[in-house]
Design a protein around this ligand. Structure first.
Ligand SMILES: C[S@@+](CC[C@H](N)C(=O)[O-])C[C@H]1O[C@@H](n2cnc3c(N)ncnc32)[C@H](O)[C@@H]1O
Length: 217
């Protein structure tokens, strides 16, 4: 099957900037107390529901995967970009990172206690989001949890340059209520939502949205 342009362009864009991206964001969670709070709540909920492996989907350089590991979860990363996977493996040799797409995860049905997708559904067009949420529903065990993080807004755009290199990276900002509606249609239950203002002194330009979600069962 032919790969859609958006996947090819996203992969090539992150391949081009993987090392610089990792250097810029490697310590970012240190200055994001609400990100850490949501990840800590997610970890506690996953453990309370019986644990199980947690996939960090769109794991990039692996900073979130490593944080989840530090919270006592059995976390591994999946990313579209082979260069990002290579950077993550080099930075976190004790953790597992695999190439893959959130549209078709190479994981068994009901095999995960949790899924985290931080700033990765931002590269999925609206019409393909239901497929991604169906995939998250498929791989989660009943009672498993999902944490989604994304920029809040109504615009989509294309970045043509990153770290001084040409790229073609489409991103989508979204309203949490609309994302929550799609999650509900996929059979997932939104348990909590947070919108915070952009953090001063960072690259953030919009409010940031967090949805903590559960697969019933
Ligand atoms: C903005 S970065 C975020 C990385 C990481 N989650 C973090 O917060 O540091 C987005 C990542 O999602 C990955 N990604 C984009 N589309 C994807 C897809 N369809 N499946 C898997 N990963 C994808 C990109 O390759 C990139 O590494």
């Amino acid at each position: 099957m032919t790969e859609p342009d958006f996947l090819r362009d996203t992969r090539a864009s992150y391949d081009a900037v993987a090392a610089d991206y990792a250097a810029l964001f490697h310590d970012e969670l240190a200055s994001k107390p609400l990100d850490r709070a949501m990840l800590a709540a997610f970890a506690e909920l996953v453990k309370a529901a019986g644990g199980g492996p947690v996939a960090d989907v769109g794991s990039g350089p692996g900073r979130v995967t490593a944080h989840l590991d530090g919270l006592g979860l059995t976390a591994f990363g999946v990313d579209l970009s082979p260069e990002m996977v290579a950077v993550a493996r080099a930075a976190h040799p004790g953790l597992r990172f695999e190439e893959g797409s959130m549209l078709a995860l190479d994981l068994d049905d009901g095999s995960l206690g949790g899924v985290v997708a931080m700033y990765s559904i931002i590269h999925i067009p609206d019409e393909r989001l239901p497929e991604v949420f169906a995939e998250f529903h498929r791989v989660l065990a009943p009672g498993g949890h999902l944490l989604l993080v994304f920029q809040v807004g109504d615009e989509s755009g294309r970045r043509t340059e990153g770290f001084g290199r040409p790229m073609s990276l489409v991103f989508h900002r979204r309203q949490p209520d609309r994302v929550a509606e799609l999650l509900a249609k996929a059979g997932l239950e939104v348990r909590a939502r947070l919108v915070r203002e952009p953090e001063v002194g960072t690259v953030e330009k919009t409010p940031q949205g967090y949805l903590l979600v559960r697969k019933p069962g």
